[in-house]
Design a protein around this ligand. Structure first.
Ligand SMILES: [Fe+2]
Length: 166
């Protein structure tokens, strides 16, 4: 619903000369967030070179690509999460979807790790893992196996979902 309204507004603005001339001082919509630790802080598990590649190259390229798309798009002014939902467009993704999702993925990835992290989860998380996988060891093996089967970086996330239909 919001997308239809925004598309109509975007078309109206384009008929009046477009956004680029009216807002020519806008050069960026989303910024590159910085990992909350030094780039070598995850060694020896993740090298500084790997972090530099995924942050300084991949993440930056997705931010730049998204901002370039948004300069001529009606999808302006959303939070990153809402932008992804709008750009997903009920399963018919708009051009902005991939860049928006990859910006979010990379940010989430940096925030999900910490120096000296790892070890056993605590409390309810550990209980749920043991319930769903039989043991933490089983979960760890399946988690590693899943990541090794993926092409590319092999990022795998464990997600807790309260809806049992997934
Ligand atoms: Fe990456």
């Amino acid at each position: 619903m919001a997308l239809r309204r925004d598309l109509a507004e975007w078309k109206r603005i384009q008929r009046q000369g477009g956004l680029s001339r009216r807002f020519s001082k806008v050069v960026s919509y989303y910024g590159l967030t910085t990992p909350p630790y030094k780039l070598d802080a995850l060694e020896p598990y993740m090298s500084k070179r790997t972090v530099e590649l995924h942050w300084g190259k991949h993440h930056q390229d997705y931010v730049d690509g998204l901002n370039k798309q948004l300069a001529t798009s009606p999808l302006y002014g959303y939070t990153p999460e809402d932008l992804i939902k709008e750009a997903y467009n009920n399963g018919n993704p708009l051009p902005e979807y991939n860049n928006a999702a990859q910006v979010w993925n990379h940010h989430f990835f940096w925030e999900s790790m910490q120096p000296d992290g790892g070890g056993l989860p605590e409390g309810g998380v550990l209980q749920q893992i043991e319930k769903d996988f039989g043991s933490f060891t089983n979960f760890r093996e399946e988690f590693i196996r899943s990541s090794l089967q993926l092409l590319g970086s092999g990022w795998v996330w464990l997600v807790c979902c309260t809806d049992s239909s997934y």
